[in-house]
Design a protein around this ligand. Structure first.
Ligand code: FES
Length: 368
């Protein structure tokens, strides 16, 4: 056996296919990068088909079709059908505003396994203000109704922040009323657009605790009828999260123009070279690219991570958050109470303004 065979990385479990950055919504916490890929640079259908072939061949199990709004791509059903033919589990992550009976039938006939539908709020007016799209809520409610009628498993996703946290009980009721099987109550993550809008989004501790209580009460009330996932805001967490299950270990993300990334925010880290599916195979990128090997495993870790008993549980936390708060991507995630830069988290909470500033919406004209 060669040494490269000994050190071969296990294949990723999931691939996030960001088909486009175009989207009718403008959510100020969007996970897309601050510099959005233009339509002209998007991969064509044939290249996405080849990428799916390569993903299946290397052992990927799940493909999440995302964006922007992936339903803006007319070839979405063809890509789903191809992924299904390769034995991949297919999930569509959508805002629902472009979904209608015909487009849903095409996806359902293509074999789509699951839909994750995002809502910005349970309150229509507030949801449309947060998402920056008038008329969105009625389209989302109709999308949910059609999906459940079709029989496709539905997960609702709500991103939580200081301007909608009080309505988490209403969000949970809405998920149950719409017939969702699962709901994600996910507090905002603060990098990219979320970091840019942090003062407008970061809840206080009392708001966080109220959301935790609402989720606990709904779990009792709904039992097995509705599975509830809760994502705590990093800034109030006890320990850093194992971001992406560890850099280059379980997950890869392909941008609309074909860049292959270990996480959706990796482009915020300066000085890195991002490999492209237009130039190399997915397997070569996953195994051999400097990018995917940069923070893989534990060798790269500084102290106190290096001597920490949890280093293979949290994998040092999030590299993009370390960069955003400590100024270095290879620093210990400041969420950790032992991190040298932990005071940046406390400072951000202490300096949170009483009145939230206006949103800086995610749109091409605000691209940095
Ligand atoms: Fe990039 Fe966490 S988002 S490592």
């Amino acid at each position: 056996m060669t040494s490269s065979a000994i050190t071969k990385a296990p294949p990723p479990m999931s691939l996030l296919a960001e088909l486009t950055h175009r989207c009718p919504l403008q959510c100020p916490y969007c996970s897309n990068p601050l510099r959005l890929d233009p339509r002209a640079g998007e991969l064509d259908t044939a290249t996405w088909m080849r990428v799916l072939d390569e993903a299946a061949a290397m052992g990927v199990l799940q493909v999440h079709f995302s964006g922007g709004e992936p339903m803006a791509r007319p070839d979405l059903a063809d890509l789903v059908r191809h992924a299904v033919s390769l034995g991949l589990y297919t999930n569509l992550i959508t805002s629902g505003v472009l979904l209608n009976r015909d487009s849903l039938k095409m996806l359902s006939d293509a074999g789509l396994d699951h839909i994750q539908l995002s809502f910005q709020d349970a309150d229509a007016q507030e949801g449309e203000r947060i998402g920056g799209m008038a008329g969105a809520q009625a389209k989302k409610l109709e999308a949910a109704r059609l999906i459940v009628e079709d029989g496709l498993p539905l997960t609702l996703n709500f991103v939580i922040h200081r301007q909608n946290a009080e309505r988490v009980p209403a969000m949970l009721d809405l998920a149950e009323q719409l017939g969702a099987r699962r709901v994600e109550i996910a507090h905002t993550q603060y990098y990219g657009w979320g970091l840019l809008n942090r003062d407008a989004l970061l809840p206080d501790r009392a708001q966080l605790e109220a959301t935790e209580q609402a989720v606990a009460a709904a779990r009792t009330r709904f039992g097995n009828r509705l599975a509830i996932d809760f994502v705590t805001p990093d800034y109030y967490a006890e320990r850093p999260k194992p971001c992406m299950g560890g850099w280059g270990q379980r997950f890869l993300n392909i941008s609309p123009s074909g860049k292959v990334l270990p996480c959706h925010a990796a482009e915020s880290i300066p000085g890195l070279t991002f490999p492209s599916v237009a130039e190399e195979s997915l397997e070569a990128i996953w195994q051999d690219s400097p990018l995917f090997n940069l923070y893989r495993g534990t060798d790269w870790m500084p102290q106190p991570c290096q001597s920490c008993a949890f280093k293979e549980d949290d994998w040092g936390g999030c590299r993009c958050q370390a960069l955003a708060l400590a100024g270095q991507a290879d620093a210990t995630d400041p969420v950790c109470h032992r991190a040298p830069a932990h005071d940046r988290i406390e400072q951000a909470i202490a300096e949170r303004p009483e009145t939230p500033p206006a949103f800086r919406y995610r749109r091409y004209s605000n691209t940095i």
